[in-house]
Ligand binder design. Structure first.
Ligand SMILES: C[S@@+](CC[C@H](N)C(=O)[O-])C[C@H]1O[C@@H](n2cnc3c(N)ncnc32)[C@H](O)[C@@H]1O
Length: 272
């Protein structure tokens, strides 16, 4: 009997994304305070990781379901919710491209911060986001922007030069950072353009040690960077990749104490 590997799931179960998420907590909490969360609001956090935004939303009184494709992150999220005594926040495994386990019109607010953008089949993702949001409810996505000069787009750009081209038909997650694509995808889900708005926002990575040590965290624990180093090693280019990333992280660091790197993203708000 053969088991089919889901490469999207395997990518995010690789390493340990919680190590990177630890550096994103403050911005996650700050973002959640801008979402108009009120007691009892039904919230879905899609591609929630270990709860960087789900847990602060629950602390503000929302009933939060976190859904993520990676079983290790679902487990980490549930452990964090439990240790904080947050009985109004739970995590379960699921795929943003097919949320058939969730009913139509279930949530007042669907949040996906650098989450659903990584799922395959973006038109299906938009349909699922809309389907599970109740009429009058909102969807808020945070999407990295292709070719943006700040950290994440540059990590991906540098890494892509060391990795083999993606399989035919692969749609880059970064296409969710282009307004026209976002409008097309939500139009495909029946949402007119005047219900979709855009803003530029910033997430600041905050790591207590040096930029070079922060690169090591990515190299050892962040699936996409681990894959880039695997490919670079095969070509004897790992040292070049390391150098490019250390130069990038160092040049973008705004702190003298440790590492603080602001990164720009596209904030998308959809009213259902
Ligand atoms: C960059 S992390 C962001 C996690 C979290 N939102 C945060 O801000 O810390 C991307 C997340 O999307 C999840 N993900 C990727 N593809 C997914 C899919 N098809 N369905 C659900 N989650 C997915 C990953 O497992 C990972 O937790």
């Amino acid at each position: 009997m053969s088991t089919t590997i889901n490469p999207n799931k395997a990518l995010w179960e690789k390493g340990d994304f919680t190590r990177i998420a630890e550096t994103m907590r403050e911005s996650g909490e700050a973002l959640v305070t801008t979402l108009g969360i009120t007691e009892g609001l039904e919230v879905l956090d899609l591609g929630c990781g270990d709860g960087t935004t789900a847990l602060p939303a629950a602390r503000l009184g929302a009933n939060v379901l976190g859904v993520d494709i990676a079983s290790n992150l679902v487990e980490a999220g549930n452990a964090r919710a439990q240790s904080l005594g947050l009985t109004n926040c739970r995590f379960q495994e699921g795929d943003a491209s097919d949320l058939s386990e969730l009913e139509d019109d279930s949530f007042d607010l669907v949040v996906s911060i650098f989450g659903a953008m990584f799922a395959p089949r973006p038109f299906d993702v938009a349909k699922e986001l809309v389907r599970v949001t109740r009429p009058g409810g909102r969807i808020v996505m945070g999407n990295w922007i292709p070719n943006d000069p700040t950290l994440v787009a540059q990590i991906l750009k540098i890494s892509s030069a060391y990795t083999p081209p993606p399989p035919e038909g692969f749609v880059s997650p970064m296409t969710w950072g282009i307004e026209k694509n976002v409008l097309d995808r939500f139009a495909g889900a029946g949402v007119p353009a005047d219900k979709v708005s855009f803003a530029r926002d910033t997430f600041t990575f905050d790591y207590p040690r040096s930029p070079a040590q922060f690169v090591d965290e990515f190299r050892n624990y962040y699936g996409p960077t681990m894959n880039a180093f695997d490919a670079a090693e095969k070509n004897g280019k790992a040292a070049d990749l390391q150098k490019e990333l250390v130069d990038l992280f160092t040049s973008q660091n705004t702190s003298t104490q440790g590492t603080k790197i602001p990164a720009t993203f596209l904030r998308v708000t959809v009213t259902r």
